[in-house]
Write a protein that binds this ligand. Structure first.
Ligand code: ADP
Ligand code: MG
Length: 429
């Protein structure tokens, strides 16, 4: 239980943090990045000469406008998936309802009772959909409430891309129970492409449409953090025990030594790399007698835009993270393995929560002596993304079935504690 609550604090802290990070002024900090992977956080950097505005084509304009008008740096979204076959066969009942950005979760053992939670965005992907001739899940009727992959990208992915194009780091992460739809949202299945491939497609489209004004380079890396070890999913080398080393450099901050970065110039290439990485992830998991839901998967898309005329280089990283399942992890290994694995997964997730809480406190003006970035590999690698000039979006994925009640409430309860809960349990404003 403590484990769940600690993880849930992460959600709550993110929520608190969204206004606070903005108050810190770290949201729109136009500093070009020059480091190789994960740039060092908050380092003073040279003044960048203002660039004279060029006439923009409409696509360029829409991307940049949406980034500039973004209000918050950390946003939390929730997405409710359809029943899976097992849940349908078991005649499961949907215990979640959604109105605007609020979700209400009904207690299956105490029917009138429900809890309400408010998010920055809420996506209803549970019902009201059909599969079209291309295999895409789309709303049954035009204007229906079903949120398809395109909807979710428009709400969450586009802003991340816009920010990265302006030279800010951006992070998109999925959090939830195993089977709740994290990979579906981030990566997608078959024709239902998730946030990552769509983001890459749009990125290359944008670069093609603006190639007269800038030279662009994209590098792609994919890694896994399992038991506090970093495994390069795009390389066969360095899969020795212990994984790759995470090192710290004064300029660059934390980075993964020897991590493969593949130059890419189209979205198909990125998709092939993702497939390769996903296959490796499965192989590694099988080899380690584990399940890939026990590990965190991180994709880093590094952008470099060179504006020769203006002598400006903009560099940013997009971190795309599919976190380990939020439930208590079980392993088929020995008791010792299980304990080690549980501790390590817990360590990364709870440290992430602690880091974000500390940042939130700091932004509230509280005295924070220490931000525990160094306590886990995940937070080391995300240091610049969370504490630096980054925009972060978390998508919390949810199963609507009654059997998931405990997990869902445990995950969101701390948000209620922050005043989002209606004391009469009558489900929020
Ligand atoms: P996780 O990565 O959280 O373990 P998955 O993303 O693999 O879970 O989702 C579990 C199953 O649910 C998959 O078969 C996936 O296709 C399906 N699914 C998840 N979210 C959705 C959604 N929004 N619409 C349709 N199917 C979904
Ligand atoms: Mg998954």
């Amino acid at each position: 239980m403590v484990h769940y609550l600690q993880q849930a604090n992460y959600v709550s802290a993110l929520k608190v943090n969204q206004t606070l990070i903005m108050n810190l002024g770290v949201c729109l900090d136009p500093r070009p990045r020059e480091s190789e992977y994960l740039p060092s956080p908050n380092l003073p950097e040279p003044f960048v000469e203002p660039v004279e505005q060029e006439p923009k084509n409409s696509e360029e304009e829409s991307m940049e406008t949406s980034a500039m008008s973004s209000k918050d740096c950390v946003k939390v979204a929730v997405r409710v998936r359809p029943f899976n076959k097992r849940e349908r066969d078991a005649g499961s009942r949907c215990i979640i309802s959604m109105t605007s950005n609020n979700i209400s979760i009904q207690d299956p053992r105490n029917q009138p009772n429900s809890r309400t939670f408010t998010f920055d965005y809420a996506y209803w992907s549970h019902s009201g959909f059909t599969r079209n001739k291309d295999g895409l899940f789309v709303p049954e009727e035009t204007g229906g409430r079903y949120a398809d992959q395109a909807n979710v990208f428009q709400g969450l992915g586009q802003g991340i891309l816009d920010n990265a194009l302006q030279g800010y780091n951006a992070t998109l992460l999925a959090y939830g129970q195993t089977g709740s739809g994290k990979s579906y949202s981030m990566v997608g299945y078959g024709p239902n492409k998730g946030l990552i491939p769509t983001l890459c497609e749009r990125l290359f489209q944008f670069f093609r449409s603006t190639q007269d004004s800038r030279q662009c380079q994209v590098f792609f890396s994919m890694l896994e953090i399992y038991n506090e070890q970093v495994i390069d999913l795009l390389s066969k080398a360095n899969r020795s025990s212990g994984g790759l080393r995470v090192r710290e450099d004064q300029q660059r901050g934390f980075y993964v030594e020897g991590l493969r970065r593949v130059p890419c110039d189209n979205a198909v290439q990125v998709e092939q790399l993702m497939e390769q990485g996903t296959r490796t992830r499965t192989t590694v998991a099988t080899h380690m007698n584990a399940n890939s839901s026990c590990s965190h998967m991180l994709i880093i898309v590094q952008l470099k835009q060179i504006f020769s005329k203006e002598c400006i280089t903009k560099q940013s990283n997009i971190n795309l993270l599919d976190l380990a399942g939020s439930e208590r992890q079980r392993s088929s290994g020995s008791e010792a393995d299980r304990l080690k694995e549980g501790t390590a997964i817990n360590l990364s997730l709870t440290t992430l929560g602690n880091v974000i809480s500390a940042l939130a406190d700091m932004a509230l003006g509280k005295k924070v002596v220490h931000i525990p970035y160094r306590d886990s590999i995940l937070t080391k690698l995300l240091q610049s993304a969370l504490g630096g000039n980054s925009r972060t979006v978390m998508i919390a994925t949810l199963s609507p079935a009654e059997i998931c009640y405990e997990e869902s409430v445990a995950l969101y309860t701390p948000i209620c504690r922050e005043g989002k809960e209606n004391p009469e349990s009558s489900c929020g404003e």
